[in-house]
Design a protein around this ligand. Structure first.
Ligand SMILES: O=C(CO)[C@@H](O)[C@H](O)[C@H](O)[C@H](O)COP(=O)(O)O
Ligand SMILES: [Zn+2]
Length: 194
């Protein structure tokens, strides 16, 4: 029978363990992602983000951190970032008319420029609409960062920098993603403006 107290304890323990494993396995990739984003911003480029479900929410959360700010002690200009997950008219027309697998790629095609960064978020690494967005980013001369999980899926070898959270649990992977994204945004903010 489901034991809610045990479940709560186990979930928190698993989440904490996953964060520690991220420190052991992903540090280099996280720092590389911060450098890629800093370089893009130094050159006046922007960041696009996409993902499904919880990763769609992460996309808009991360875009907001970059556009507004994290630290209240740092005065800085907006860092251009767009979540491709927020416009219901665009996403429903895309899904209806050109196919759900093309909704993000279409927006990368329209908004992306050479030197921009695409942050592709997928716990499985296998969402077709995210894969197609990465393919389009490549065509546009953009660089891509994958926030992934499990084996990394198909996206692992497609993105320029794969950050793979070492867990098989979708929820724990997502919790890892937002922790990593916060850290990357804070590094970028401090190193560009701190
Ligand atoms: O937030 C959750 C599960 O925690 C879900 O909404 C989850 O994001 C959705 O099932 C997504 O469609 C999963 O896609 P992906 O992470 O495998 O690319
Ligand atoms: Zn979730």
């Amino acid at each position: 029978m489901f034991n809610r107290n045990q479940f709560l304890r186990n979930s928190l323990q698993e989440s904490a363990d996953t964060k520690l494993k991220i420190e052991q396995k992903c540090t280099e990739d996280i720092l590389k992602a911060a450098d890629m984003i800093k370089e893009a911003y130094r050159k006046g480029r922007k960041v696009l983000l996409c993902g499904n479900g919880g990763s769609a929410a992460d996309s808009q959360h991360i875009a907001t951190e970059l556009m507004v700010r994290l630290s209240h002690h740092i005065e800085r200009p907006a860092l251009p970032a767009i979540a491709l997950t927020t416009d219901s008219s665009n996403l429903t027309a895309g899904g209806n008319d050109i196919g759900f697998e093309n909704i993000f790629a279409r927006n990368v095609e329209g908004l992306g420029s050479e030197g921009d960064i695409l942050i592709a978020i997928s716990t499985s690494g296998n969402s077709v609409n995210v894969i197609k967005a990465v393919d389009m980013a490549k065509k546009k001369g953009m660089k891509s960062i994958g926030l992934l999980g499990g084996s990394g899926g198909k996206l692992k070898s497609l993105v320029d920098n794969a950050i793979v959270v070492p867990s098989e649990n979708v929820q724990r992977i997502q919790e890892g993603h937002i922790t990593i994204a916060h850290i990357i945004c804070e590094i970028v903010e401090n190193e560009l403006f701190g």
